[in-house]
Design a binder for this molecule. Structure first.
Ligand SMILES: [Zn+2]
Length: 104
C-alpha cells in the first residue's frame, strides 16, 4: 500500500458515511412533510399495543433496555410518512426482519 493510502481510505469512508447520513436525513425530512406525530401519540400507540411488539408480542419489560423501537409500517425509504398512523412498536429483532423484508 502506498504511503498515505490509509488516510485516503479513511477520508473516503467518512465521506460515504456522511453521504448516507445526509440521504437518511433528507428521507426523514420528506417523511415529516407527509405527516408527523407527537410524543403523546407515540405513547398512545404503545398503550394500544399494551407496550408489546406488534409482531411477536414480546412485552417491552422483557427487552434488553426495556424499549420498543418505532417502526414505520410503510418504510420511509418507500415513501412512508412519519405520522402516527404509519407507526407501530416493534422489538429490535422484528424491526430488523421487517426492514430486511422491505428491502427485498
Ligand atoms: Zn418482536
Amino acid at each position: 500500500m502506498a504511503p498515505g493510502a490509509w488516510v485516503n481510505y479513511s477520508i473516503e469512508a467518512r465521506t460515504l458515511r456522511q453521504a448516507r447520513a445526509n440521504r437518511r436525513n433528507a428521507r426523514m425530512r420528506a417523511a415529516r412533510l407527509l405527516g408527523t406525530h407527537t410524543a403523546e401519540e407515540w405513547a398512545e400507540i404503545l398503550d394500544r399495543h399494551n407496550h408489546a411488539c406488534a409482531i411477536c408480542g414480546i412485552p417491552a419489560s422483557e427487552l434488553i433496555g426495556g424499549r420498543l423501537t418505532k417502526d414505520h409500517i410503510t418504510a420511509i425509504s418507500l415513501g412512508g410518512s412519519d405520522a402516527a398512523t404509519n407507526l407501530r412498536p416493534l422489538c429490535r429483532e422484528c424491526n430488523t426482519a421487517a426492514y430486511q423484508a422491505s428491502q427485498r
